[in-house]
Write a protein that binds this ligand. Structure first.
Ligand SMILES: [Zn+2]
Length: 65
């Protein structure tokens, strides 16, 4: 099958379902407070995946190696 999947839905392994399920995927920028006294906020991109079967939400920090 060569059908193009929906742009924001992916089949991925779900740790709750323990099988591959459809996930809604979105990227969110989360502001993370720096150290106390710092006005610098780093906006870290997170990849949020929500299982369409069990609704488990997982976020993965994209900058982590
Ligand atoms: Zn699931």
């Amino acid at each position: 099958m060569s059908a193009t999947p929906d742009a924001d839905e992916y089949t991925e392994e779900c740790t709750e379902c323990q099988r591959e399920t459809r996930h809604r995927v979105q990227i969110e920028l989360k502001e993370e407070g720096g150290n106390e006294g710092t006005t610098d906020f780093s906006r870290e991109p997170y990849r949020i995946t929500v299982c369409s079967v069990c609704d488990t939400e997982e976020s993965l920090r994209m900058n982590d190696a």
